[in-house]
Design a protein around this ligand. Structure first.
Ligand code: SAM
Length: 285
């Protein structure tokens, strides 16, 4: 049987099941075997791995994962793919559930399907909800080892961005606080059917084992404040944000943290945000 990344196989299945691409669901399917294999390589998928895949589509990436992993749980929103997927994925270690990934109870799914063993998230994401999906998996407090995902190139650059660059923002800090981020490779539009308008990229996020123990809610409030007025100095951005603190309290916290108050928030490293959080006065609701 031909592999699912072959364009003529996609068309054959499409015709057989009368499947139509839904643009609003981000349905751009991979038709490039090298990219499919590279994603699985970057995720380091091997026979002991449990995998969650978001959005299997017709099963192109799922098939590669099924051939390498112990178990693959794929979550697809589009029920019109049900019969097609039954034919395209004849693998015993694959289970497809039809649901909106943003609505599923991930803890329950991981317990039922992986017995709470560690797992990896691997996906060619639906781009209209890239960030909510990443946040959901990171914040759900799961036994998650790594996230290897394809997304819009622009978003990938923001995730991996360094301080003092235009792409560095609260999304970069959020993801880099919880994970070690690696921009793996860029993917051209011609690797998809139908062709998207933008280039894509694959990113690997390795979940950190030992997170720094700080008040995370306070940390992210400070980060948000620092990026809310990118052109102001950090002292002015924090003072005008509405924390109900005097400028002198903010200057004191910056001094204790060894951060020049004239710097801009976007120049701070994750470690500097952490130190600032520790030295910052309590902030109410
Ligand atoms: N994995 C396939 C591939 O690489 O060829 C398809 C990837 S396609 C970019 C994204 C897939 O996510 C589509 O199959 C789409 O129907 C599915 N999808 C979109 N929104 C979803 C959601 N909220 N929950 C689960 N799947 C979703």
């Amino acid at each position: 049987m031909q592999r699912l990344y072959k364009p003529n196989r996609v068309v054959e299945l499409q015709n057989k099941y009368g499947f139509r691409f839904t643009k609003s669901l981000g349905q751009n399917f991979l038709i490039d075997g090298n990219i499919v294999r590279n994603i699985a390589d970057c995720a380091g998928v091997s026979e002991n791995d449990n995998i969650i895949e978001v959005g299997p589509g017709i099963g192109t990436l799922t098939e590669e994962l099924a051939l390498r992993a112990k178990k693959v749980l794929a979550i697809e929103i589009d029920e019109s793919l049900k019969d097609l997927l039954k034919e395209s994925l004849p693998y015993e270690n694959v289970k497809v559930i039809f649901s909106d990934v943003l609505k599923v109870d991930l803890k329950q799914l991981v317990k039922e399907n992986f017995n709470d063993e560690p797992f990896k998230l691997v996906a060619n994401l639906p781009y209209y909800i890239t960030t909510p999906i990443i946040s959901k998996f990171i914040e759900a407090d799961l036994n998650l080892e790594s996230i290897t995902i394809m997304m819009q190139k622009e978003v990938a650059k923001r995730l991996a961005a360094e301080p003092s660059t235009k792409d560095y923002g609260s999304l970069s800090v959020f993801v880099q606080f919880y994970t070690d981020v690696k921009y793996m490779f860029t993917v051209s539009k011609s690797s998809f059917m139908p062709r998207p308008k933008i280039d894509s990229a694959v990113v690997n996020l390795k979940i950190k084992d030992d997170l720094v123990k700080i008040d995370q809610e306070k940390f992210f409030k400070i980060v948000k404040a620092c990026f809310s007025k990118r052109r102001k100095t950090i002292a002015n951005a924090l003072t005008s944000y509405g924390f109900d603190l005097d400028k002198s309290q903010i200057l004191k916290a910056l001094e204790l943290s060894n951060i020049d108050p004239k710097r801009r928030g976007e120049t701070l490293t994750i470690d500097e945000f952490v130190v600032l959080t520790i030295n910052f006065p309590e902030i109410g609701g």
